[in-house]
Structure formats: structure tokens, C-alpha cells
Design a binder for this molecule. Structure first.
Ligand code: NAD
Length: 376
């Protein structure tokens, strides 16, 4: 749809936005809203499909969706961003609602944007619909657990993978690409789990310390300078060298398409857990498989975020906040169950975890379509 916005200089700019429902057989459409200058319909459709797979493989009562607006939010004022969000929400309003389609934050959107979505939906419908979006601020029905839930789910997958392979976690080395909303809390959690985070990269540079980086110091350095680059307690790396650093675990937690065929040939780690969406190119997958690298696919590994969205939505609808610890326990259990099913199916079929995840998910969707039958 077209999203006209009055800019601060008085001119009207017309942006393009999309909301894609891939599948709604198993529950309301679920998926993030992304603001990015390169966004296009193909990408939104692919991400919506990935959400169908993600919700089905973890057996969450949702379908798959994605949406967003092609815009550069870093060049917009707060007022422009709010007007863009509200007009976009208005344009897709017929699709939305707690039982129809429940958006969440994604690249360049956050709790503030979700609050504007929730308010616009609620004002238009004449009722306070807190369950119409997730990833909201606490003041309007968000949950404390949401922020770190993707990283927490990654750690559950790391533990499960190392356990299944009989690899000790304590002292094992990890490299992480990305030190943002996922990568930074993940570095802390891996460190707390007894691993050594030996290298971290972000958009501006990378650092390496074979003995393990001091994650708290690194976070302070990033808070002060904006990047891991120049961190004094480690050697500088060129970003591309990250994957060659000797380690047991590699976590792409930055961008899509980070692991191409060349990286796949050079990658030193035995285990890759995909925190980013779509970090591994199709050409890289068979190379990693041949080299015996175990890849936990994005649709399983980064499902902690949508699982915690499910808990937020459930609490909004119940009208009661769960006791502290309940959401964390349920998140861990949901991720462990999803991982175990995919691992078992991969062994049974003799295929990669990625293929097994798609088999489990698409079987679930197909079964739901079959038992619902054909209307009328
Ligand atoms: P973010 O914007 O907070 O952080 C991104 C990080 O990647 C930053 O540290 C940035 O410097 C780094 N980066 C960007 N380009 C890079 C490059 N070329 N080389 C090295 N590092 C680079 O984003 P985020 O929320 O942490 O999301 C990271 C990935 O995880 C994305 O693919 C996102 O789709 C996926 N994901 C996020 C969530 C979530 O809960 N935030 C949930 C599921 C999936």
C-alpha cells in the first residue's frame, strides 16, 4: 500500500509498505514490522514464509506474516516516524487484531513503534486491544522477558546441540557476528554458561582474544564508542576473518546472507547456531553439511522472540501477569521440545536440521489444512 506522510518541512512523501499473510491455518498471522530502505515485496514474502515455519516448528498457535515500510528511519524525526507508523497501521487495519494478525518489532522497529500500532488499532476499533501487538512497553501490557528472549532461546539451542554432540560447554569458544539486540545479551549469556566468547564483530570492526573477551568491559566500550572496534583488551580483526577464528561455536547474529560458499569453506567452528534470519546462503549449506558442521537453522534457533511474543499475547488475553520465572521456564521448555523434535527427525531421515525443521513444520501446517477441510 501507499503510505503518505506529512514531513516536518510540510511536504507530503509517499512511502510503500506491505503486510503479507503467508499462512493463517494454525492461528492468527504473526510476524514483525520492519522499516528499511531496501525492503521489497519478495523479502517480505520470504520472511512471512519463514514465520509460518517458525511458529509451526515450535508448535505455537500462530500462522506466518511479515510487514514493513520501505523507508530510512535513521533520517526521519520522531514525529515523522510516528505519523508513518500510524498511517501504515491504518492502511493494514482490516487485517489486524488479536485473533487475526499480531505484529511485533523487527529491524528498526521497537516497543515505541509497537505502542503507536496498538494505540492506532485501539482508537480505530474503540476498545483497548493490548493483545493486538507484542513487544510492547511494560506500561501497555508488554513483558520484562521479551527483550532478552531471542538470545535466551539461542542459548537453549546451544546447550541442546552441544549435549547431543557430547561436546562440553564449559570452556568452549564462541564467535559472534553482531553485538546488537540479540548479539550483546547472547554474549553475556554464553559467558554465564561457562563459554569463552573469543571474537565479536559488528558493522564497524571485530575484536579477538583467544583467552576470552571480557563481555562486560566490551559492552561498556560499545556503549561509549558505538562499536566493538578499538576494544583495547583484544586484537583487531578484519570482519571477514571472524569465521576463521578457532572456536567450537559460531553465531551469525547480524545480517542475512553472512555465510556464503567461501565463508562455509573457511569457517572453523563445529557448530553454527543461526540467530539472524537467513544468514546462510543456499550454496553454503551443502558445503557446511559435507564438512560436518552442524547448523541449527534460524527457524528453530531464533524462535525465542516469537515464543515470548506468544506468552505476552496470552497474558494480555488472560488479563493477568504470570509469576516471575514462569515465562523463562516455558520458553526454555518450548525451545527444548522444538529442538528435540527437529534433531530426532533429522536423524531419522538422515537430513540436515534445516530440512528436518521444514519437514516438521510443513507437516503440521498440512495436517491443520487437512483436518479443517474445504469451506463451505
Ligand atoms: P540490531 O540492529 O540490534 O544489531 C545488529 C548487529 O549487527 C549490530 O551490532 C551491527 O553492528 C551488526 N552488523 C550489521 N552489519 C554488519 C556487518 N556487515 N558485519 C558485522 N556485523 C554487522 O539487530 P538485532 O535485533 O540484534 O537482530 C540481529 C539479527 O537477528 C537480524 O537478522 C534479525 O532479523 C534477527 N532476529 C532478531 C530478533 C530479535 O528479537 N531482535 C528475533 C529473531 C531474529
Amino acid at each position: 500500500m501507499s503510505v503518505p506522510v506529512r514531513m516536518d518541512d510540510g511536504q507530503v512523501r509517499v512511502f510503500t509498505g506491505w503486510r503479507v499473510h503467508h499462512d493463517i491455518t494454525r492461528g492468527p498471522a504473526k510476524g514483525g514490522i520492519r522499516f528499511h530502505p531496501d525492503l521489497d515485496l519478495d523479502e517480505v514474502m520470504a520472511l512471512a514464509f519463514a514465520m509460518t515455519v517458525k511458529t509451526a516448528v515450535l508448535d505455537l498457535p500462530f500462522g506466518g506474516a511479515k510487514g514493513g515500510v520501505r523507508c530510512d528511519p535513521t533520517r526521519m524525526s520522531l514525529g515523522e516516524l510516528e505519523r508513518l507508523t500510524r498511517r501504515f497501521t491504518w492502511e493494514i487495519l482490516p487485517l489486524l487484531g488479536p485473533d487475526q494478525d499480531v505484529p511485533a518489532p523487527d529491524v528498526n522497529t521497537d516497543g515505541r513503534v509497537m505502542a503507536w500500532l496498538m494505540d492506532t488499532i485501539s482508537m480505530a476499533r474503540g476498545e483497548r486491544l493490548s493483545g493486538s501487538v507484542t513487544g510492547k512497553p511494560l506500561a501497555v501490557g508488554g513483558t520484562a522477558e521479551h527483550a532478552g528472549s531471542t538470545a535466551a532461546g539461542i542459548v537453549t539451542c546451544v546447550r541442546a546441540t552441544f549435549g547431543a554432540l557430547g561436546l562440553p560447554l564449559a570452556g568452549a569458544r564462541a564467535v559472534i557476528q553482531g553485538f546488537g539486540k540479540v548479539g550483546a545479551p547472547l554474549a553475556f549469556l554464553l559467558h554465564s554458561a561457562g563459554m569463552r566468547v573469543v571474537a565479536v564483530a559488528d558493522v564497524a570492526g571485530a575484536v579477538h582474544n583467544p583467552g576470552g573477551l571480557d563481555v562486560a568491559e566490551l559492552a561498556r566500550h560499545v556503549a561509549a564508542t558505538g562499536s566493538v572496534a578499538g576494544f583495547p583488551e583484544g586484537e583487531a580483526l578484519r570482519s571477514g576473518e571472524l569465521w576463521e577464528v578457532p572456536a567450537e561455536l559460531a553465531v551469525p547474529a547480524a545480517l542475512a546472507r553472512a555465510v556464503d560458499a567461501e565463508v562455509a569453506r573457511r569457517l572453523a567452528a563445529r557448530v553454527v547456531v543461526e540467530a539472524a534470519n537467513g544468514p546462510t546462503l543456499a550454496e553454503a549449506d551443502p558445503i557446511l553439511h559435507e564438512r560436518g558442521v552442524v547448523v541449527v537453522p534460524d527457524v528453530v534457533a531464533n524462535g525465542g522472540g516469537v515464543t515470548s511474543s506468544w506468552f505476552e499475547w496470552a497474558q494480555n488475553r488472560q488479563g493477568i501477569a504470570w509469576e516471575p520465572g514462569v515465562a523463562a521456564d516455558r520458553l526454555d521448555a518450548t525451545m527444548r521440545r522444538g529442538f528435540a523434535e527437529v534433531w530426532a527427525r533429522a536423524e531419522h531421515l538422515g537430513v540436515s536440521l534445516r530440512r528436518a525443521a521444514h519437514v516438521v513444520a510443513l507437516e503440521r501446517v498440512a495436517e491443520a489444512i487437512r483436518v479443517r477441510g474445504l469451506f463451505p
